[in-house]
Write a protein that binds this ligand. Structure first.
Ligand code: SF4
Length: 401
């Protein structure tokens, strides 16, 4: 795992751009736009979405899509799964988020008994990849085998996640063994380094917009990058699914789940139900929380866990300025994403017109057979890493004569 997450895949992306046979599609994660500007002398929290898209186009990318679209898709699937667990009791509660590959791997190794509790919904990148190589390819008239899908992320662990065996849904769909849903991952810092080496003048880049079909998101998708963001986004959709009514104003700034403490807990009333939630970042906090949950026997409905401090805005691939207080920097990035959400009129994942279109024209409905196949997965007990099986040696037999 370590050798994978440290690998710089920029040369592979550059090679694909130079190949006229390849179509390079880059999808950008929520947190990159709140941090990339720091690499070019801007203050932490500068929101540079338009410049980031322009930069990718200047580097020769064919299509720029937004992983925030898939964050909305993840929210719709994950909130539907939560509602099903609550109403139909088909899988155990609490439901834990599974969009952070470092947390998933931690649970697989140290808490395998929790795996039935992990949401089966793949991460936004885990959903974006197969949707690019099926729905997007079909609508745009592109040959899926020519597409090189690149995720631009704050996250080094995504380099490991895209290589998991579960991330080959497009290969199954097209019956093309070996095709990966996402081919490469580059981080915020790696993109900045590439831009500098290419001599791009950041200041003169004019804002550019995403390509269509998978380039629009709601504010709920935007805040996915913050600790507590997945929870808030999912509760906006779960409220409306459970009650059939519009979520009240408080759900657009869900204070109990916002903040920067490593563990936050809240009880959120949804109709007749008091939904007990917890939001955690950092595996040390997660371990302490899980041990306490076991001891106290507290019953939660939904728990969000992200491995990095502050969530993905504090990911391992984000800019690092050692002259600045990292906590301040992370909080400025968090504020930038909440500010963006507050400025949007579209703030619920299920109301995103591009999400409605992908269901109408491809997936059918949340948790449909095709959605389950392409957008969901199960994780495996990997605790044997801690206890490697003893080598069994055949003892010579000493049969007495
Ligand atoms: Fe990656 Fe960190 Fe976000 Fe987890 S919290 S998905 S490890 S950036």
């Amino acid at each position: 795992v370590d050798s994978i997450v440290e690998r710089d895949e920029t040369p592979a992306v550059q090679k694909a751009i130079a190949d006229p046979e390849k179509i390079v599609v880059v999808s950008t994660s929520p947190s990159v736009r709140a941090a990339l500007g720091e690499e070019f002398g801007m203050e932490p929290g500068a929101f540079v979405e338009g410049k980031m898209v322009a930069l990718l186009r200047a580097l020769g990318v064919d299509y720029v899509l937004d992983t925030n679209f898939a964050a909305d898709l993840t929210i719709v699937e994950e909130a539907s799964e939560l509602v099903r667990r609550i109403t139909q009791k088909d899988r155990p509660l609490p439901q834990f988020t599974s969009c952070c590959p470092a947390w998933v791997h931690f649970a697989e190794i140290y808490y395998p008994e929790l795996l039935p509790h992990l949401s089966t919904a793949k991460s936004p990148i885990g959903m974006q990849g197969p949707t690019v190589k099926t729905y997007f390819a079909k609508k745009m008239g592109l040959a899926p085998e020519k597409i090189v899908h690149v995720a631009l992320t704050p996250c080094t662990a995504k380099k490991f996640e895209i290589r998991r065996e579960e991330m080959h849904a497009a290969a199954d769909y097209h019956n093309r063994p070996g095709m990966r849903d996402t081919d490469q991952v580059i981080t915020t810092r790696e993109l900045a380094r590439w831009a500098k080496q290419a001599g791009i003048d950041w200041d003169s880049l004019e804002d550019s917009a995403y390509d269509s079909l998978m380039g629009r998101s709601s504010g709920a998708g935007v805040i996915f990058g913050n600790t507590g963001g997945v929870m808030e986004a999912a509760l906006r959709t779960a409220y409306e699914t459970i009650t059939g009514q519009s979520a009240p104003e408080s759900f657009y700034q869900l204070q109990p789940v916002r903040g920067y403490e490593g563990v936050r807990e809240a009880v959120v009333p949804i109709g007749d139900l008091n939904v007990r939630v917890a939001v955690i970042y950092g595996t040390a906090h997660a371990k302490a929380f899980l041990e306490e949950m076991k001891q106290r026997g507290t019953e939660y409905h939904f728990v969000e866990v992200m491995a990095c401090p502050g969530g993905c805005i504090g990911g391992g691939g984000q800019p690092k300025d050692l002259t600045k207080d990292p906590n301040q920097t992370r909080q400025s990035r968090i504020a930038a994403l909440y500010k963006r959400d507050a400025a949007m009129t579209l703030r619920k994942s299920h109301e995103n017109p591009d999400i409605k279109a992908v269901y109408e024209q491809f997936y059918g409905h949340p948790l449909s057979e095709l959605a389950e196949k392409m957008l969901h997965t199960l994780y495996k007990d990997q605790s044997e890493i801690l206890h490697p099986a003893q080598e069994i040696r055949e003892e010579p037999s000493h049969t007495e004569e």
